[in-house]
Design a protein around this ligand. Sequence first.
Ligand SMILES: C[S@@+](CC[C@H](N)C(=O)[O-])C[C@H]1O[C@@H](n2cnc3c(N)ncnc32)[C@H](O)[C@@H]1O
Length: 367
Amino acid sequence: MAAIEYPSTASVPRRHHEAIMEAPRPSYAEKRADAEERTRAQTELEHIVRLYNLGKPIFPRSLLKDLHEQIGQGKEEVIIPDIDDKPQTYSLRAHELCTDFPIINYSSIQRLIHFDPRYPSLLIGSRCPVSIQYTPRPNYPSSTSEEIHSAFEHINTQWLKSETCSNLGRFFVKPRFLPKTITKIVAFGLGTLGKVEFGNLSVRSYAQHAAMLTMASALRKRNNDSEGRQDIQCFAQDPYYDEKDIEFLTSLGITVVNDPQGFLEIDEHTLVFSVCPNIPVRQIVADVRWPAAMIWNSLTSEEEMDGWRRWLPNGEVFLAGPMMTDPDSDRVCEMVRYYNEAQLSDPGDYFGDLTVYARKSSSLDKV
Ligand SMILES: C[S@@+](CC[C@H](N)C(=O)[O-])C[C@H]1O[C@@H](n2cnc3c(N)ncnc32)[C@H](O)[C@@H]1O
């Protein structure tokens, strides 16, 4: 087995002006401090990988529930345990001189253990899978309720006529692919219906909310046809929803929830719907609760995943990538083994590469 290899600093291309200026040579003391820092980072990396490989959840449901309760109590500070269960304190106070607002930051396992040997200190101390971060509010002109209404009407009509919509609908009719026990849809990261970059509306975000309604109505119809007659609740979580989004989505029967409530809504009767979110939704769901079904971005192929595998000198194996906002992990791959899967063909490009996962009935005794 090959030991972990980090990119060599020697392979970093030099810019032209650097090529002609001799860099000062590091002193013996600097070299020694560097080596010590690398050793500490390596020990830290091994520690996190070991905990993860032993099965420690990095996004435990109890942690998110406790954080949700602290936020609900209107506290100015919240306490979130790190990967070693040590409490860390974060401020939620809005700063007077700054328009940035606090959001929950979720670090995928890949991000937690990302280690660049040129900056080893960046790994040291990154023990917090869940933390609070400040981010600027997007500064786009706001949309009126009328604009949102008429854009939704127009895009929903296109969506309902699309081939992607028919392809999605097939999963909800006989022969039954999705479990019949679904009573709830929880969506993540579908995006705002207001203006985004360059003042445009995002057709994808409109179509994805329309798709959520299509799925809810197909599930309602199916439940009405059977004896259960359970209603279908719809929840959507995206921190960039504004008041106009909330007003409009509520009028459609979609309940907007604040982060992390969406994750707490997931149970064994839930269909999770997530499209290209900016957070590791799949890794969070794998730790929090396994739902009845998921419609989310397709997993990376096994071959590609193997290319990301690295070995530590102590024999631990871990995935060093892919580095993206919602990456797969060994735990996500293990979870989907308990689901039947089928790719959703999306010629309209409303979603990109999505797969439908339906819990195998034989696996219901798991988690
Ligand atoms: C790349 S955009 C994708 C938007 C849309 N789904 C699409 O496919 O075009 C990522 C979305 O994830 C959302 N997001 C970021 N943090 C989130 C969180 N904690 N919970 C849910 N969504 C989140 C962002 O606000 C943004 O709308």
